[in-house]
Design a protein around this ligand. Structure first.
Ligand SMILES: Cc1cc2nc3c(=O)[nH]c(=O)nc-3n(C[C@H](O)[C@H](O)[C@H](O)COP(=O)(O)OP(=O)(O)OC[C@H]3O[C@@H](n4cnc5c(N)ncnc54)[C@H](O)[C@@H]3O)c2cc1C
Length: 457
């Protein structure tokens, strides 16, 4: 972008691989890149804890299991290490998805912060929290200079390879790599402030009709106008913490998360809506009479902003035809789940399932920004159309993208190849050694509440 006098900026670090953003994709990218401990890895994260959306606002990993009557576990390798670590302290259970997107792994997000901390520190990754990428000075085949900011000022980080896991493709934006802006071609998915309530009498709630009753009450409140709820649907589910419920129901539309006026308005609106739900739940739903909000998401949940144009673009047809290719680096069986405004009779969430409970493969080239030689993109800003992204954005998949991008960056250093001319078969071999699944297993998954352990390979 060239807004600085670069000569006056000090060097904070020199590294082999820099990962921008410590969300589920970025953490996995760093772990994968440090797997053989031969190369230095720096991970920068703008907040004070790792995890991104996984710890800021959510509590359920989707995408490990396919939906349908014959569920299969289709994601494995390093993502399993995260869930296994949570399982060791009794911080997970398996939970059927309310809308049939497949079984989720519900976890304690506060414990997950410690899990990310521990695994990243043990891997020897150099972690810089409260550090934000603000510019890219130069990017050549062998060196990129990132400009970062933290409370002491602006600094340079020099890296041989870059993984953009910022969710918003900040590196690609600042480094002039091509992307589509959500909302440009199709309406961007809505934003959601999630909230957690304590003091719910779950037995009373279940006895009164549970989720079925909740759905009826929501529809009734909207029809009669008793509570100005923005949505008639949404997930309200039991948490790992006793008598607590997590709710994903707020809906903020028509605002752009990359515009500061819009984002500010969205944060304010999201919190307002959360407390409208609190009032509704306390007044209308048995079991919630004494319940109160104990936590709002750290920031409003943003589903999509920039989606990079990569060497390949995942499409709706690829997803719904269960396409597989020799270049696949992970699998996805999740339906398209498109959160819309829901006006004029249109559904609020549009679902499209992969026929027969099948899965599609995601090619390596969706992680390689077009025209880059030393960069990868991982996570919700990867190369996909609006619809394909609405299927392939669950955290088991974003972790898999990180696993693939981190392994690819490592391989590119070891073989002295750029991101665009890596031997994809060699990458797949490395991913298989990590335990990543590139073929659908025959075995049916155990999706019972405590079944996680039985699905380990
Ligand atoms: C409301 C909502 C509900 C969802 N529900 C589910 C669900 O129940 N289950 C599921 O599996 N998936 C769900 N998803 C999807 C899923 O959570 C996301 O697609 C996924 O977490 C994205 O991971 P990521 O690592 O790509 O990005 P993020 O989690 O957004 O991580 C990006 C990280 O980069 C950091 N960052 C950003 N810019 C910079 C910068 N310039 N410099 C330094 N750091 C930076 C951010 O602070 C963040 O930590 C949901 C998403 C939303 C928004």
């Amino acid at each position: 972008m060239n807004i600085f006098n670069y000569n006056s900026i000090q060097v904070l670090a020199e590294t082999d691989i820099i990962v921008i953003g410590g969300g589920s994709a970025g953490c996995l990218a760093a772990l994968a890149a440090r797997e053989n401990k031969r190369h230095d890895v720096v991970l920068i994260e703008r907040y004070g804890f790792p995890g991104g959306t996984s710890t800021q606002m959510l509590d359920t990993f989707y995408g490990f299991f396919t939906p349908g009557t014959l569920p299969k576990k289709i994601v494995s390798g390093l993502p399993d290490r995260i869930v296994n670590a949570l399982d060791e302290t009794g911080d997970i259970f398996l939970r059927p998805n309310t809308y049939g997107a497949g079984t989720g792994v519900t976890y304690n997000p506060e414990r997950l912060k410690r899990v990310w901390d521990n695994l990243i520190m043990q891997s020897g990754t150099r972690l810089f929290l409260h550090t934000i990428l603000v510019d890219v000075e130069k990017s050549s085949d062998d060196e990129t200079i990132c400009i970062v900011w933290h409370k002491s000022g602006f600094f340079k980080i020099k890296a041989r390879r870059v993984i953009d896991a910022s969710g918003d493709a900040d590196f690609c934006h600042l480094g002039n790599l091509p992307y589509e802006l959500a909302g440009e071609l199709e309406p961007a998915q809505s934003m959601t402030t999630t909230f957690r309530m304590a003091g719910v009498n779950l037995q009373r709630f279940k006895d009164a009709g549970g989720k079925t009753l909740l759905k009826l009450k929501m529809a009734e409140a909207v029809e009669l106008g008793t509570h100005p709820l923005p949505r008639k649907e949404g997930s309200a589910h039991e948490m790992v913490q006793k008598d607590c419920i997590a709710t994903v129901a707020v809906k903020v539309t028509d605002l752009m998360a990359l515009d500061i006026h819009d984002l500010t308005a969205a944060e304010v609106e999201g919190r307002k809506q959360a407390f409208i739900y609190e009032k509704f739940l306390r007044e209308e739903v048995p079991g919630y009479e004494e319940a109160k909000i104990i936590g709002l998401s750290h920031q409003i949940g943003v589903r999509e902003t920039r989606r990079v144009y990569g060497e390949y673009r995942l499409t709706k047809e690829d997803c719904l035809s269960a396409k597989k290719s020799p270049d696949d680096v992970f699998l996805c069986g999740a339906p398209i789940e498109d959160h819309r405004k829901g006006e004029r009779g249109e559904a609020e969430t549009v679902w499209a399932y992969i026929p027969g409970g099948d899965v599609y493969g995601v090619p390596y080239q969706t992680l390689v920004p077009k025209g880059s030689r030393n960069a990868w993109v991982a996570g919700r800003c990867f190369s996909a159309t609006h619809d394909a992204h609405a299927s392939c954005r669950s955290m088991a998949q974003t972790m898999s993208m990180g696993q693939a991008a981190g392994t690819a960056a490592l391989l590119s250093l070891e073989t002295d190849n750029g991101s665009g001319n890596l031997d994809v078969q060699q990458l797949r071999n490395e991913l298989s050694k990590l335990g990543a699944l590139l073929e659908v297993p025959d075995k049916e998954a155990d999706i019972s509440r405590n079944g996680w352990k039985n699905n380990q390979i």
